[in-house]
Ligand binder design. Sequence first.
Ligand SMILES: Nc1ncnc2c1ncn2[C@@H]1O[C@H](COP(=O)(O)OP(=O)(O)OP(=O)(O)O)[C@@H](O)[C@H]1O
Ligand SMILES: [Mg+2]
Length: 397
Amino acid sequence: MQASLKSIFERYVTVNNIFKNKKAITTSYKPESLPHREKEINTIATILAPSLRGERSSNIFIYGKPGTGKTAVISYVARKLEESSKNGNVKVIYVNCKMRKIADTEYRLIAHLARELGEEVPVTGLPTEQVYNIFFKAVDEKERIIILILDEIDVLFEKIGDDFLYNLVRINENLKNAQISIVGISNNLSFLSSIDPRVKSSLSEEELIFKPYNAAELQNILRDRCKIVFNDGVISDGVVEKCAALAAQEHGDARRALDLLRVAAEIAERMNSDKVEEIHVDMAEAKIDRDRILETIEMQPRQSQAVLWSIIKLNGNEVYTGDVYDVYKKICVDVGLKPLTQRRVSDLISELDLLGIINAKVISKGRYGRTRKVSLSLDNGLLEKIKEIMTTKYYFQ
Ligand SMILES: Nc1ncnc2c1ncn2[C@@H]1O[C@H](COP(=O)(O)OP(=O)(O)OP(=O)(O)O)[C@@H](O)[C@H]1O
Ligand SMILES: [Mg+2]
C-alpha cells in the first residue's frame, strides 16, 4: 500500500481521539434525555395515559418550527407508553408522512397501516375501498387502543387531501373493540386552517405548541449530548456556545445546532486535530450552507435550472431580466426545453432570489415600468462546484 494512504487509514484505526460514540449524534439517534422538553413530555404522557386503561385518549395536534424536538419527544413518549402497556393493549403506529412509497397515495398509506397491524396487502391492484375494509377489520380485531402518529401531517394533506383524515377521525364511531387516537404533528401552522373544519376540530382536541429553543437552552442540549458523543476534553471552550448562538439566530433549531457540532467535529478529525475548536465551527457553518444550496439547486425543476444557468452564463454580472431572458431562450434550444414566457421566467427569478441563490433588485424605469437587476450571490468555490454539477449531471453547455 502507498505509504501516504497507509497513514491516512492508520489514523482511523488507532483510537479515535474525538468521538466516543459517533452514532449518538446522527439523525437516527433517539435521545433518552431531552432537556427543556420535560413539560411537553409530561403533558403528552398525561393525555395519552388513559389508553393504558383501555380508554381512548384525546387526539393531539403538535405544532412547532423545525428542530424544536417534536419528533424526538413523541417517539420518546411513545416508546415509554408501549413499554408500560401490559399484554400489548396499546399499539403505537408511527408514520412519517414525508416518506415516499408510504404516504404519497391514500392506497399506499392505508395499505401501510394495515401491514403495520399484521395484514398482507398487495402493493397495488385492490380497490381502495377494499383496502379500507382490510384495515378496518385489522384495527377492530381485538380490544385495544391504537395511537396513530402522523408526523409531518401537512405533507400528507398536500399529497392526498383531507378525505382520508375525515374518514380517520370518524372511524371510532364504527369500531366495536378498538379505538384510535391520532397524534398529528406539523411545522406548518397554516395547514390547520386549510383543512375541513370538522377534521380540524377533531384533530386538535388537544393542541400543543413547541417553542423554539433559545441559545441557553441549545447550549444545555449540546452539553448533554457532548457527554455521550465525545471523549472528555476534546470540545474546546466556546464551541458549544458558538453552535448554540448560530442555531438560535435562525429559529432555535436543535437539529441545526447538533449538525454544526457534528460537522465541526468531523472537520477537526479530518484535519487531524485532537480538539474541536471554534474555527472548525466556522468551517462547518460554511460547509452546511454550501451543501444546502447545492441540494436546493439539484431539486429545482429543469426550467428553473435553465434560468439559473442563463444567469451563470452572463458571468454573474448585474444584468436586467430581459438579458437573462435572451440567454435563456438560446439555452432552451440547446437543451431541448420549450421556452416559457418572460413573465414566467421572471417568476422563476423571484423564486431563485427567495432561495438565496441570486440577488434580484427591483429597478424602477420611470414611465417605462419596472425591471430587475439580477446577480449571483455565490462565492467562487461554490460557483465552480455548481457549474460542474450543471454540466456533468444536467448537461447544460
Ligand atoms: N430537547 C432536546 N434534547 C436533545 N436533543 C434534542 C432536543 N430537541 C431536539 N433534539 C434533537 O434535535 C434534532 C431535531 O429534533 P426533532 O427531529 O425532534 O425536530 P422536529 O421538531 O421534529 O423538527 P421538524 O419539524 O423538522 O420535523 C433531533 O436530532 C433531536 O434528537
Ligand atoms: Mg420532525
